[in-house]
Write a protein that binds this ligand. Structure first.
Ligand SMILES: [Zn+2]
Length: 242
């Protein structure tokens, strides 16, 4: 038993999830040893970070291109329990790919709440190349989509977009804002996906696109996304796993 878990206070902090059937101290230890990289800011990122902190994730790194938004998150997430939280300002992800690459390399899982599709695709490329799971969140306003990309088990974000067609890919315009209550659902869905993958608890939603419409209350799950035949990212992973 990890000495960390001999501490009753620590054990009682996670008593609720440790009481879930099948979820054990081994799962909890995996969460404690994990580092999650969060890209973006705003209410969805805050909700995702809070969900990860209360779940017992060991370390969080939050990267965004706006200092004020990072400072706001720092204030809101202050006192994050056992979780070590670091913040980094990167003004342009596309021109700082080596820095981003090094951050992806030292984390266990990446969560994408970026607004720029080119940046999202670049992040997908980095995660595919380094074999890191990526939880994608797109959308704004009342409509969002979630996709769990696990290299070797699912297609990449480029292939997902190619399958969806442009008109079906939900735009990610920050100006649309988001209701706090919906941000909580989206952020915690991301946190749940991360907890399941990291702790290897339950089935991950790999290769499933979940569309959530907060206005109508409809939730749609789309499956069966295949890598396009000439995708270099999915091709690299296929060759590595052969
Ligand atoms: Zn692909």
């Amino acid at each position: 038993m990890d000495s960390h878990f001999e501490n009753e206070e620590v054990h009682s902090r996670y008593a609720s999830q440790l009481a879930v059937s099948g979820f054990s101290a081994v799962h909890q230890q995996k969460l404690r040893r994990a580092k999650v990289l969060l890209l973006g800011s705003g209410p969805v990122v805050r909700a995702a970070a809070q969900g990860l902190i209360v779940s017992g994730i060991g370390a969080l790194k939050i990267i965004d291109n706006r200092l004020a938004a990072l400072n706001s998150l720092r204030t809101e997430l202050d006192g994050g329990g056992d979780c070590q939280i670091a913040y980094q300002l990167i003004e342009s992800l596309s021109s700082s790919s080596s820095e981003l690459e090094s951050q992806v390399a030292v984390c266990d899982l990446v969560i994408d709440v970026l607004h720029d599709w080119q940046e999202k695709l670049s992040l997908s490329d980095l995660c595919m190349a380094s074999g890191k799971p990526l939880l994608h969140c797109g959308g704004a306003g009342m409509r969002f989509q979630l996709f769990c990309m696990v290299p070797g088990k699912s297609c990449c974000l480029r292939c997902l977009l190619a399958s969806l067609g442009l008109e079906d890919a939900i735009g990610s315009r920050e100006s649309q804002g988001v209701l706090e209550s919906l941000a909580g659902i989206i952020g915690n869905s991301l946190a749940l996906g991360a907890v399941k993958i990291i702790s290897a608890f339950g089935a991950s939603q790999g290769n499933e696109l979940i569309k959530i419409d907060g206005l109508s209350g409809e939730l749609e799950v789309l499956r069966g996304f295949d890598p396009v035949s000439d995708c270099p990212d999915c091709g690299i992973v296929r060759r590595k796993t052969k």
